[in-house]
Design a protein around this ligand. Structure first.
Ligand SMILES: [Zn+2]
Length: 324
């Protein structure tokens, strides 16, 4: 079904429901909703559906998919619509902030530090740390990035929190956790949305199992040497039948793992150069002996220096995990 057909079905469904409600008793509110649905259906028939009434450009795809009655693009909302959107974004931001894990979380001999910075009012990046109830000294860690931007991606990101927090209660191998998350994500998400994820489980003995579903390649500092860990699968939500694999590494005291989102490595300066993986590796390589919080701070400061005032165009996340 193409987008237009899908939205027509959506509008007709709304019309049926409105008619049923009006049979039970009419009101100004129902009449006005019905007028809006009819206007949208007329526009569809006349070929002007999905066009902003103010600037006559197309209305953002995500906006029309979530609100088939939208009449203006995001740049041309009415003052009322703007107030509603601001209130929603505010609320979304509050919900999102509450989802983040505790700062400087420690589990057994694992130390962590993370930086989480949305480019706009809300973020599509995912960052979580979970201490399993039944396994002492173990730690689950996650970073991810949901495709798209804005509120839609922040909602999907909230779904990742819920999914992984409940899936990690049944402590299976991490690649199975990601495999199940992929099925669930495929079944519940609008077609064309997916998420890149690095999911890992660190155990009490220093063993770390990592599954990388199409996300930025983690940096590992082991015995003072900087290595890059490979990707092991497709982003979740892309292929329902994807199978996932994981790799295993053993971390000794002072070894450090760094996960990040592409908002870090793809950040640009005013000459449009990318920050890049190479520079990140170099900064990590020169500072890995610092405490996790300080290593994180140096990385974020170096990126800021590189950007030199150019505003971030993408959400940025970085997570440091240290074995002590
Ligand atoms: Zn417009």
């Amino acid at each position: 079904m193409n987008t237009q057909d899908y939205l027509r079905t959506q509008l007709l469904d709304r019309k049926t429901r409105l008619l049923a409600a009006m049979k039970r008793g009419s009101s100004d509110h129902l009449n006005s909703l019905m007028r809006e649905v009819d206007t949208a259906l007329e526009k569809m028939a006349g070929g002007t559906y999905g066009i902003c009434e103010t600037c006559h450009d197309s209305i953002e795809h995500e906006r029309i998919m979530t609100d088939p009655l939208a009449r203006n693009c995001l740049d041309h909302l009415s003052p009322d619509e703007q107030r509603v959107l601001e209130r929603d974004l505010d609320l979304a931001f509050q919900v999102q902030t509450k989802l983040l894990p505790k700062k400087d979380l420690e589990a057994g001999r694992w130390r962590t530090a993370y930086h989480y910075e949305p480019a706009g009012p809300v973020s599509g990046d995912y960052c979580d740390l979970i201490i399993p109830e039944r396994e002492q000294g173990a730690l689950y860690f996650f970073t991810g990035d949901v495709s798209g931007k804005g509120v839609a991606s922040s909602i999907l990101m909230a779904q990742l929190y819920a999914m992984f927090r409940s899936l990690t209660r049944e402590a299976g191998p991490i690649h199975e956790v990601v495999g199940t998350a992929n099925h669930l994500f495929c079944e519940s998400v609008i077609v064309g949305h997916f998420a890149t994820i690095v999911a890992g489980k660190a155990d009490d003995a220093g063993g770390v199992e990592i599954c990388n579903a199409g996300h930025c390649l983690p940096v590992l500092v082991k015995n003072g040497e900087v290595e890059i860990l490979p990707s092991t699968g497709f982003p979740i939500g892309m292929f329902c039948k994807s199978e996932y694999e994981s790799i295993r590494v053993n971390l000794r005291p002072e070894d450090t793992l760094i996960l990040y989102s592409d908002g870090i490595t793809e950040a640009r300066n005013s000459s449009h150069w990318q920050y890049g993986e190479q520079r990140l590796r170099e900064v990590v390589g020169a500072n890995f002996m610092l405490a996790p919080q300080d290593l994180l701070r140096v990385c974020v400061e170096d990126l800021k220096k590189f950007r030199n005032g150019v505003p971030a165009s993408d959400d940025m996340t970085m997570l440091v995990i240290r074995r002590t």
